[in-house]
Every structure is written in structure tokens, then in C-alpha cells.
Design a protein around this ligand. Structure first.
Ligand code: NDP
Ligand code: AOF
Ligand code: ZN
Length: 343
């Protein structure tokens, strides 16, 4: 199962909104087939693992290990449980039952009804952690939420307006390696969200540039639609959702999705609901302080990844505050990265 989890990670950022499942076929003490979920719409892990077995005769005396219950329904592909049954594999070891409405035990039942010996709950905790995005989306009907920011030694995320000289670009706190890591993180999530003031002050691109992979869907708050037309987030280069209070569609730009939210009501829950509707299973929230703090107040976050750089601002916008202690702290050259989990 550990190997299944390792394989499943290869689908991070590409399988979604499908879960990034990993699967191996074992005959005796040898792995004879391996697979992981193909990019969305393609074959599932079990199909790839079974197809990778060279000698099909061995399947009848093999076991199949898979991180999540095999599907039992026709989605973009036929049910994996049917393929497993047809392949004649007699023993199936499953990490977790799939909470998806259309599966939820039906895949396990189908396998048992066909005479397979099925064991569920192998490395349950590790599989839950591996499938955290998918499980949060299915069970809580919201994306997996990662908060991320960079603060100075003295706890600021932005300098004073005077220090910026009205120049809309990010004011950098962290080093190049930390920046590259952030681009890797962006490639792993389906959405990236920033607040209105961040767009106005930074004119951010919010794309994956220093890493391989797909850029996430950009999501920006813009109550009054004040973002200048020439700003990067409106360039249409990446899928973008603007969360606004403006209902006049003539103010909307082609190629951008607009969603109305009520800025007088708690925002984090509304934003989560919009992202859920757009099938965004995970989001990284890159600031600013007010936006991050909103998710902290509403207790709608799963992880926080906080960089501390070496510079000092003396004044400016204070970083958000989290009451938990970090689970892990590591150095990225002179920057410190602290990881928090909202358990
Ligand atoms: N170091 C870092 O990691 C980062 C630093 N930054 C810096 O942070 C600064 C911006 O931070 P900050 O001023 O906190 O702004 P935000 O980017 O969080 O945007 C806040 C604005 O969004 C709108 N808004 C309304 N209601 C809410 C709500 N409940 N939650 C969030 N936003 C709401 C408001 O605009 P309106 O009144 O128009 O509705 C509000 O002024 C920038 O200078 C940027 O450079 C930004 C990101 C990361
Ligand atoms: N200043 C700062 C960060 N700023 C974040 O990065 C965004 C810019 O993204 P892009 O335009 O794609 O490069 C910016 O708007 C803000 O959300 N991030 C960090 O890791 N370290 C930093 O010191
Ligand atoms: Zn399947």
C-alpha cells in the first residue's frame, strides 16, 4: 500500500477532480503491475495497473492493492470493479472506502458479490492523508484549503504604501528557492485565491512559472470591479473567476467567469461554496492579510504554510495570526517555513 501511495502522488495536480489513486498488482512476492490515475478523463489507476501486467495468466493468482475503493459506476470511464472482476484477480486490498455518492461501498459490494476476497482499511490513516483533497471535497462539500503567506522577521506581510511608491508589483520577502517551492505548490492545487488589495498593490500573475505543471484557476475578490483592465489577472491567459457584488453583466469581460457573492455576509463559506460548484477540489490562498484572516476567523482552512524571511519592514500590514503551533518547521536557506494543520 505504501507503494500505491507513492504511485498515486504522480497524479497530484493532474488527476483532479478525480482522486489521485495508486494501485499495484502483486503475484507471490513480486509486483507485476503498477498504475496511477491518468489526467482527468483518462483511465483510472486500477485500469493502468492491470493493463501494465505483461503475463495476463498471472492475474488469476494475484492480489490487487489500491488506495481507494474501485469505482462501480460509469463516469468518464467504465467501472474499475468490473475490470477487476473480469481480470480474475481473487484478492483485493483497499485503503479506504470511497465517500463519493455514486460509489460509497458499491464497488466493494460488487467485488464481494463476484466472489473476490476484499480487505478494507489498509494503511487507513496514510491513505486518508494522501486523499485529503478528494475526501474534503466529497465529505465537506468544499475544497481543501491551504493558506500561504510570507512575513518579515518583524511579522509584516507588506510594507507601508509610501515604501511601495505606487508601483504595482509584489514586494518580495522570501528567497528564490522559497519562490520556486511556491510555484511547485501552485502546480499541485486546482485554485489560487487572492484578495482585492493584493491585486491592486501587486498586479500578480498567480501562474506556475518556476516549475512544471498546469497553472491553477485564478480566483480574485473584486467587490466593485475596480481591477484595471490591463492587469494580469484579467488577461484571460488562465481560467479566472472574479468574485464580485456587481450584477451588471455589461461590466464583465469575455473569457472571465463572474460569481456574485454577498460581501455583507461571512465570505469564506460563500467562496468555498462557489469553488465547490466549479469542481475546484483544492485552493491555495496567497493573501493578503484580510483575506487569509477571514478564512482563519471562519475556521475554514486545512493547512497553513508560512515563510519567515530575513528582512525587516518596521511598519506595514501585519501578518495573519494562527493560534495553533506549527507541526513542522524547516529552513530554506535563510528563510524559515512553518507548516500548520487545522486538525
Ligand atoms: N507577503 C505575502 O505573502 C503577501 C503579501 N501581500 C500584500 O498584502 C497587501 C494586501 O493585504 P490586505 O490589505 O490585507 O488585502 P487583501 O488582499 O486581503 O484584500 C482585502 C480587500 O478585499 C475586500 N474584502 C472585503 N471583505 C473582505 C473580507 N471579508 N475578506 C477579505 N477581503 C475582503 C476589501 O476590498 P473592497 O473594500 O474593495 O471590497 C478589502 O479591502 C498587499 O500590499 C500585498 O502586497 C499579499 C499577499 C501575500
Ligand atoms: N511577497 C511575497 C509573496 N507574495 C505573493 O505572491 C504573489 C505574486 O505572484 P506572481 O505575480 O505570480 O509572482 C503576490 O501577489 C502575493 O500573493 N509570496 C512569497 O512567497 N514571498 C513573498 O515575499
Ligand atoms: Zn475507477
Amino acid at each position: 500500500m505504501r507503494r500505491c501511495i507513492e504511485l498515486g502522488k504522480k497524479g497530484l495536480g493532474s488527476a483532479t477532480p478525480n482522486p489521485m489513486v495508486g494501485c499495484v498488482v502483486v503475484c507471490g512476492d513480486r509486483i507485476i503491475g503498477e498504475g496511477f490515475t491518468s489526467p482527468y478523463g483518462g483511465p483510472h489507476a486500477e485500469v493502468n495497473a492491470i493493463r501494465s501486467v505483461k503475463d495476463e495468466q498471472l492475474l488469476k493468482k494475484s492480489s490487487l492493492y489500491v488506495t481507494l475503493e474501485p469505482c462501480s459506476h460509469f463516469g468518464k470511464t467504465p467501472p474499475c470493479s468490473d475490470l477487476i472482476i473480469a481480470s480474475g484477480i481473487p484478492k483485493i486490498f483497499i485503503g479506504l472506502q470511497d465517500p463519493h455518492d455514486k460509489v460509497a461501498g458499491n464497488g466493494i459490494q460488487k467485488l464481494k458479490d463476484a466472489g473476490c476476497e476484499v480487505t478494507v482499511g489498509i494503511l487507513d490513516k496514510e491513505c486518508r492523508d494522501h486523499h485529503k483533497r478528494f475526501l474534503t471535497y466529497q465529505e465537506q462539500k468544499r475544497p481543501y484549503i491551504i493558506l500561504k503567506w510570507a512575513e518579515t522577521q518583524d511579522g509584516f506581510i507588506a510594507p507601508t504604501i509610501e515604501k511601495r511608491k505606487g508601483n504595482p508589483q509584489p514586494f518580495w520577502i522570501t528567497n528564490g528557492y522559497s519562490k520556486q517551492l511556491v510555484h511547485k505548490w501552485r502546480s499541485e492545487e486546482q485554485g489560487i485565491l487572492v484578495g482585492t488589495q493584493t491585486v491592486m498593490d501587486d498586479n500578480p500573475k498567480l501562474t506556475v512559472r518556476n516549475w512544471e505543471g498546469k497553472s491553477p484557476v485564478r480566483v480574485v475578490l473584486d467587490r466593485d470591479l475596480k481591477t484595471p483592465q490591463e492587469f494580469h489577472v484579467l488577461d484571460g491567459d488562465e481560467q479566472t473567476i472574479v468574485l464580485t457584488a456587481v450584477a451588471e453583466t455589461k461590466k464583465y469581460r469575455d473569457g472571465i467567469a463572474y460569481e456574485i457573492i454577498d460581501f455583507g455576509q461571512p465570505l469564506a463559506a460563500q467562496i468555498s461554496a462557489v469553488l465547490y460548484r466549479h469542481q475546484i477540489t483544492s485552493v491555495i490562498i496567497e493573501g493578503g492579510a484580510q483575506t487569509l484572516q477571514t478564512f482563519i476567523y471562519e475556521n475554514l482552512w486545512d493547512e497553513a504554510r508560512v515563510f519567515k524571511g530575513t528582512i525587516i519592514f518596521g511598519d506595514g500590514i501585519l501578518a495573519p495570526e494562527i493560534s495553533e503551533s506549527p507541526t513542522k518547521t524547516e529552513s530554506i536557506l535563510a528563510d524559515t517555513l512553518s507548516l500548520y494543520y487545522n486538525d
